[in-house]
Design a protein around this ligand. Structure first.
Ligand code: AMX
Length: 437
């Protein structure tokens, strides 16, 4: 299998490189930690390693060194389609090289061979009360599949440490292959009276999701590919990536670890943000009975700020410019449906809100993040069940977290065990710092 061969060929050099760094330079400092960070969610504490993606404050995310426009331009695409194969993106994340069409198709074919979802997973989903949140269903489906884990099985029957990555790769392919079907099943069973649409083996991974969702309008398959590519990875410190890594560091397999990551993604401060953004756009639209003028919008933005509420979709913890993932989705909407009211409104907000936030002077980043527009695009295609948006984010994010898990196993990353202190100890550190030397 191409992914296996590619990892195996890169591994000796990677292992030597990491071994050398740790052996010769373990005591070299990479930063300091202050009390603000200890009490402040470890913000900016440099304590994780990944070579799969990096968020540059001014450029946004780079996947394996490539910007979003480069990724979208260089990855191979299905014939006649605008957006690349998601299999090509997975290849890029795992291998670190841009695949040619044949290589991207190898991943797509691996997924096709592994896409059959065992019936017990559907039975578990069917047994859940109808008002269960779709993220609970998604995470449960992933966890239910844990019995399939090759890593867990092989670990218990004897597996050498330097072989851990191999069944982790198998597990990752087996799991990611099934995610579009699971997600679409959740959507159709919850919101479309249980009228399930099965997969079409002739379609690619992203196209199949669009097909199984039952959205027939042209372009939704390209939007699905775009969405799955954009949300796949965002360094390792965000909650879903870090939760997956943390649980995986205990040698829990990717089903346990990925399900944990999805539980983190379900939080309102993480994956749920996109639905808040769409909610805000719709509240603007409803208040003005349509798309407001720029002046009305400016006033509404000020009213929002003056009522002590943030403007959803704007600002970022790391980024200091327009999120390129926002820009890619804006381009998509402009190319396909510039006249759609909600999309048009989202674009208008982009014209108005950054200046308002600059004038207010609080937000370090007045620019839009990825969530400012993704809901508006789904809304256009009639996918208007907000609760489901995080599941789509989850399908995508599983690509990044599994790619990271494979390499974490390959490079023997250890169990995480940071140290905690008591508040009294911190106070003591402060007192000692006050004593002049
Ligand atoms: N509207 C109004 N005020 C904002 C703002 C916004 N969009 N973004 C930041 N601010 C305010 C903060 O509330 C803070 O005010 P305070 O000093 O009174 O507490 C001040 O500006 C400084 O904040 P910051 O350092 O610029 O932001 P942060 O790193 O603490 O938080 C974020 C980043 C995204 C949570 C914040 O910008 C925000 O709340 N944005 C709106 C919600 C949103 O879009 N969430 C989606 C996040 C995207 C993602 O990561 N999935």
């Amino acid at each position: 299998m191409i992914l296996k061969d590619k990892i195996a060929s890169q591994l000796p050099a990677w292992r030597d490189r990491v071994k050398k760094l740790v052996k010769e330079s373990s005591s070299v400092k990479v930063g300091e930690v202050n009390i603000g960070q200890v009490y402040g969610g470890m913000r900016d504490v440099k304590s994780l390693v990944t070579d799969i993606s990096y968020v540059d404050p001014n450029e946004g995310i780079r996947f394996r060194g490539m910007t979003i426009p480069e990724v979208l331009a260089q990855l191979p695409k299905p014939p006649g389609k605008e957006m690349p194969y998601v299999g090509g993106l997975y290849y890029l994340l795992i291998v670190g090289e841009v695949p040619n069409t044949a290589q991207a198709l190898e991943v797509e074919n691996e997924w096709k061979a592994r896409m059959q979802v065992p019936p017990y997973v559907f039975a578990v989903l069917d047994a859940m009360p109808t008002d269960t949140h779709p993220m609970t269903m998604f995470s449960t489906a992933i966890l239910a599949l844990q019995r399939e884990s090759l890593f867990a099985h092989k670990y218990h029957t004897g597996l050498k440490k330097d072989e851990y990555w191999d069944p982790t790769l198998e597990d990752s392919l087996n799991l990611t292959a099934k995610l579009p079907t699971i997600a679409a099943y959740i959507y159709r069973s919850k919101y479309k009276e249980g009228l399930i649409i099965g997969p079409d083996p002739d379609l690619d991974w992203g196209g199949n999701f669009a097909y199984m969702m039952g959205v027939e309008a042209p372009g939704y398959d390209d939007l699905a590919r775009l969405y799955f590519i954009l949300h796949s990875d965002h360094e390792s410190g965000n909650v879903s990536a870090h939760a997956t890594h943390l649980v995986g560091s205990a040698l829990s397999d990717i089903y346990y670890a990925g399900s944990a990551g999805m539980n983190g993604l379900a939080g309102p401060l993480h994956g749920l943000a996109n639905q808040e953004c769409l909610g805000w756009l719709l509240s603007v639209y409803n208040k003005f009975n349509g798309v407001p003028t720029k002046e009305q919008l400016r006033q509404f933005a000020w009213d929002t700020l003056n009522s002590g509420v943030v403007i959803p979709g704007y600002g970022h913890a790391v980024l200091r410019k327009t999120d390129p993932r926002f820009a890619a989705q804006l381009d998509f909407g402009n190319a396909h449906f510039p006249q759609d009211d909600i999309f048009h409104l989202a674009a208008l907000v982009y014209d108005v809100v950054p200046d308002v936030l600059k004038e207010q002077g609080k937000a370090k980043d007045p620019w839009p993040n990825v969530d400012a527009i993704s809901g508006a695009l789904q809304y256009h295609y009639g996918v208007r069940e907000f609760d489901f948006y995080t599941v789509m984010f989850g399908v995508s994010r599983m690509l990044g977290v599994t790619a990271n898990a494979i390499w974490a196993r390959a490079l023997g990353q250890p169990i995480e065990r940071p140290k905690s202190l008591t508040t009294a100890m911190l106070e003591d550190i402060v007192e000692k710092a006050k004593i002049p030397a």
